[in-house]
Design a protein around this ligand. Structure first.
Ligand code: NAD
Length: 489
């Protein structure tokens, strides 16, 4: 394999540039604590420059002026280049944020490329509308790109989270300024180079690494940004809406946190599958998934059987070196998040939950950030580990005795991202699915996922939806053009 090169400079107007004040920060690998490279610590001046470049590209129509078929071709090329550089991107992602390399290649690279391709392919197949008005007029309802789109993303799936936003935004003709997380900036910068190589003109896609308050906030508050698309925590998401409202009322879309309930009834059709999904989904990506089923609600009568099968799976999920192809659970993204997860584990113990698996930091000798797969049984609704998003490999197990109690517990949260129900009773499945306040409800599985379906949450899990054709709504304005018809016949 060729040697991996890291370039932490920003990408503005088609070029790599240092931050204006030349400030940098160290990009540290959670795999073993080594410094990977220095990264541009962008601030207000860099955001201004990136937004100006995006605005100029939008105004002179160098991208939005292309036909949808031309944009499609560039987006598909962009996707192809991602795949062609798949090994490099996967290794970079793993070193930067700690996920097992087998998943960064098979999940993150493939899924991000698929997303770019899917929106590219869609864009020349979507028609506008003519309204059913009286015959004295013709009303055309058309879609236009919203303009300059600011994108702010987290670190848990850096390429995928970016792709979910830049793919529909770019395909529909917008210019983009992307701020990746300071914890995982490297692949986003590489994506910008690949986009340029694919034929997306300079200035259309800019990437400005840096910290939230220094780079994210000026982007969300910018008077010349038309839309801000954010994925991250609920507290920061709330600030994004305030910044959007207090600046130019830019469109604000937020994909936020979750504390997703996974309800297993005693008549679950396949208990082994339910156990595997419950355990596998909370430990996948080290538990750093917004939609992880972090609250397991098991019907009291099968609790003991369920728990003994779940505990039997724990050895499979011990953390290991993310660069080892066999590893299924890698490193927590950084020391701050590691401390956060360990703090919640201590809180769970203090609050009286029963620690039945894990609970300790692991692989300390590596210098990296690892936590054992952890399960708390006997969790009750008032405990912090039942209410707050931990964003680590920690499962909270509760029990219920009937469907009403299960739904009450499941909905007893400020979040509403996903939920699941396991039962062989079709009435119970539909009834409970309808009663759950969540953007996605899974029935008898947890891991189905496809670019064709919307992703997003009810309540404080955010505003708007990523993925599917619905995502185009976020990046386009609807225009009505009335034409008077004085018919001679
Ligand atoms: P975070 O909110 O701390 O940071 C997200 C991004 O916002 C980062 O780029 C960060 O630099 C930036 N930011 C931080 N403060 C800011 C500010 N004041 N102004 C502007 N930008 C700011 O979240 P995180 O720790 O990076 O990611 C984890 C969170 O993301 C979890 O809550 C998780 O559930 C959520 N998430 C949600 C989804 C979804 O689709 N709903 C997907 C992935 C992650």
């Amino acid at each position: 394999m060729t040697e991996l090169k890291f370039d932490g400079r920003a990408f503005i107007n088609g070029e790599r540039v240092a931050a204006r004040d030349e400030k940098t920060f160290s990009c540290i690998s959670p795999v073993d604590g080594r410094v990977l490279t220095d990264v541009a610590r962008c601030g207000v001046a860099d955001i201004d420059s990136a937004v100006a470049s995006a605005r100029a590209a939008f105004d002179d129509r160098r991208w939005r002026g292309k036909s949808p078929a031309e944009r499609k071709r560039a987006m598909i090329k962009f996707a192809d280049l991602l795949l062609a550089h798949g090994d490099e991107l996967a290794m970079m992602e793993t070193l930067d944020m700690g996920k097992p390399v087998k998943y960064s290649r098979s999940v993150d690279v493939n899924s991000a490329a698929n997303c770019l391709r899917w929106y590219g392919e869609a864009i020349d197949k979507i028609y506008d509308e003519i309204a059913p008005t009286p015959s004295t007029g013709l009303a055309l309802i058309t879609r236009e790109p919203v303009g300059v789109v600011g994108v702010i993303v987290p670190w848990n799936y850096p390429m995928i989270m970016a792709a979910w936003k830049i793919a529909p935004a770019l395909s529909s003709g917008n210019s983009v300024v992307l701020k990746p997380s300071e914890k995982s900036p490297l692949t986003a910068l590489r994506l910008a180079e690949l986009a340029l190589a694919a034929g997306i003109p300079a200035g259309v896609f800019n990437v400005v690494p840096g910290f939230g308050p220094e780079a994210g906030s000026p982007l969300a508050s910018h008077m010349d940004v038309d839309c801000i698309a954010f994925t991250g925590s609920t507290p920061v998401g709330k600030k994004i809406h305030v910044m959007a409202g207090q600046s130019n009322l830019k469109r604000a879309w937020t994909e936020l946190g979750g504390k997703s309930p996974n309800i297993v009834f005693a008549d679950c059709p396949n208990l082994d599958r339910a156990v595997e999904a419950a355990v596998g989904s909370i430990f996948f990506n080290q538990g750093e998934s917004c939609n992880a089923p972090s609250r397991l609600l098991v019907e009291e009568s099968i609790r003991d059987e369920f728990m003994s099968r779940a505990l039997a799976l724990i050895p499979q999920y011990q953390p290991g070196n993310p660069l080892d192809k066999e590893t299924v659970m890698g490193a927590i993204v950084d020391k701050v998040q590691l401390e956060n997860v360990l703090r919640y584990i201590e809180l769970g113990k203090k609050e009286g939950a029963r620690l039945v698996a894990g609970g300790e930091q692991a692989l300390r000798e590596t210098g990296g950030c690892y936590v054992q797969p952890t399960i708390f049984d006997g969790v009750t609704g008032g405990m912090a580990i039942a209410r707050e998003e931990i964003f680590g490999p920690v499962l909270s197990v509760m029990t219920f005795t009937d469907a009403a109690e299960a739904v009450q517990q499941a909905n007893d949260t400020v979040y509403g991202l996903q939920a699941a129900v396991w039962t062989r009773d079709i009435n119970k499945a539909h009834g409970v699915a309808r009663a759950l306040r969540a953007g996605t409800v899974h029935v008898n599985q947890y891991d189905e996922d496809d670019i064709t379906v919307p992703f997003g949450g009810f309540k404080q899990s955010g505003v708007g939806r990523d993925k599917s054709l619905h995502a185009f709504d976020k990046y386009t304005e609807t225009k009505t053009t009335w034409i008077r018809i004085d018919s001679p016949v």
